[in-house]
Design a protein around this ligand. Structure first.
Ligand SMILES: Nc1nc2c(ncn2[C@@H]2O[C@H](COP(=O)(O)OP(=O)(O)OP(=O)(O)O)[C@@H](O)[C@H]2O)c(=O)[nH]1
Ligand SMILES: [Mg+2]
Length: 293
C-alpha cells in the first residue's frame, strides 16, 4: 500500500498527490508517496486567485469573477488532497485542490465572508459537547443544521466528560436524544475513565478520517491523545499554553494514529453574539506540528 493510500486517498494512484496534514500561511505540510513521504509545498498563487471569466448570456458575453458564477475559489486546508509539483532545487508548488468528499462549514451571517470551512475529507464527524456548562441542546441543534450537508460522512453527537455526570442529568440526555432524533448517533464518553471508548473505536479504522469539532475545552485534543497514546502526548508538551493555564489547539492538524486511522483536531469554536445566532469565531494561529510515519 502506498503512503498516500494509507492517508486515505481512494482515487487513482498518480505521482504528485499529497494530503495536507498542517497549514502554515501559504505553506503546507504534505504527506505523499514522493521524497521520503513528506514535503513542504507552497500554494501556487495563480491557481488559487480569483479569476475574471467571460460567461455567455442572452445579451452577449459578460465578464464576471469566478466566484460569481458559483465556482468559488477554495483555499486548501488541512485534510485536503492536492496535486503538487515537486521541485528538488527550489519550492514545491500546490497546483490544484482535489475534490472533497465531505466538508463541514459554518455560515456566518455577519461577516462579509460567506462561510468558513472547518474540516474536510472526513469519514466521521464528531460534534462534541461536554457535560458541564457547555451542554446546550440549542447549540447541538445549530451544529446539526450545519452538518446536514456534510457529504459522504457520518455525523455523530458526542457527549464528553461523562465522569462529571450528576444525579438528574438523565433529563439532559433525553432532551439531547429528542434534538438529535434520527439525524446522528449519540455517544457518551469520558476520556478520563475510558467510558464509551469501545463505541468510539468503531470509527477508528485504518485509512479512515475522523474530524472533531466543538467549543473550546470540550475535550477534543484529550480524546486525540487518548487515541494516539503516549507518543503523541509528549508532542503536546511543546504546544502553546492558553491564558487559562491549559493547552488550547490553535490550528487544524491531521494526526495519524497508531491504528492507521486519522483525526483532524480543530481549534474550539467560540460562540459570540446574541442567543440563537450562529455566530462563531475560530481561534487563529499556528501550532507546532508532528506526525508519525
Ligand atoms: N473531567 C473530565 N475532563 C476532561 C475530559 N476530557 C478532557 N477533559 C479536560 O478538559 C480540558 C480541555 O480539554 P481539551 O482536550 O484541551 O479541549 P479541546 O476541546 O481540545 O479545547 P480547544 O483546543 O481549546 O478547542 C482539559 O483540562 C482536560 O483535561 C474528561 O473526559 N473528563
Ligand atoms: Mg484542542
Amino acid at each position: 500500500m502506498t503512503r498516500i493510500a494509507e492517508f486515505g486517498w481512494r482515487g487513482k494512484e498518480e505521482p504528485g498527490i499529497g494530503r495536507i496534514v498542517s497549514a502554515h500561511g501559504d505553506y503546507y505540510h504534505l504527506v505523499c508517496n514522493e521524497t521520503g513521504g513528506e514535503i513542504l509545498a507552497r500554494k501556487k498563487k495563480s491557481a488559487f486567485a480569483k479569476r475574471i471569466e467571460s460567461v455567455q448570456e442572452s445579451g452577449g458575453l459578460r465578464r464576471v469573477q469566478r466566484g460569481e458564477i458559483g465556482d468559488e475559489v477554495l483555499k486548501p486546508i488541512t485534510g485536503d488532497f492536492v496535486r503538487f509539483r515537486y521541485n528538488a532545487q527550489g519550492e514545491s508548488m500546490i497546483l490544484e485542490l482535489l475534490p472533497r468528499f465531505s466538508h463541514f462549514e459554518r455560515k456566518d451571517p455577519t461577516a462579509r465572508r460567506k462561510s468558513q470551512t472547518l474540516a474536510v475529507n472526513f469519514d466521521t464527524l464528531f460534534i462534541m459537547m461536554s457535560l458541564n456548562e457547555n451542554f446546550s441542546t440549542a447549540r447541538m441543534e445549530r451544529y446539526l443544521d450545519l452538518a446536514s450537508d456534510v457529504g459522504d460522512a457520518e455525523v455523530v453527537a458526542v457527549v464528553t466528560k461523562m465522569d462529571l455526570r450528576e444525579e438528574g442529568d438523565e433529563e439532559f440526555f433525553s432532551a439531547l436524544e429528542e434534538t438529535v432524533a434520527g439525524r446522528a448517533r449519540i455517544l457518551h464518553i469520558s476520556a478520563h475513565t475510558g467510558e464509551g471508548m469501545e463505541a468510539v473505536m468503531e470509527y477508528v479504522k485504518p485509512r479512515r478520517t475522523l474530524a472533531f469539532i466543538g467549543s473550546s475545552g470540550v475535550g477534543k485534543s484529550t480524546l486525540v491523545n487518548a487515541l494516539a497514546g503516549d507518543d503523541w502526548m509528549a508532542t503536546q508538551e511543546i504546544q502553546e499554553w492558553s491564558g487559562k493555564g491549559r493547552h488550547t489547539t490553535t490550528s487544524r492538524e491531521l494526526v495519524m494514529l497508531p491504528s492507521g486511522a486519522m483525526v483532524i483536531d480543530t481549534p474550539g469554536i467560540r460562540e459570540i453574539g446574541r442567543l440563537g445566532e450562529v455566530d462563531v469565531q475560530m481561534a487563529k494561529g499556528e501550532s507546532s506540528h508532528r506526525y508519525r510515519k
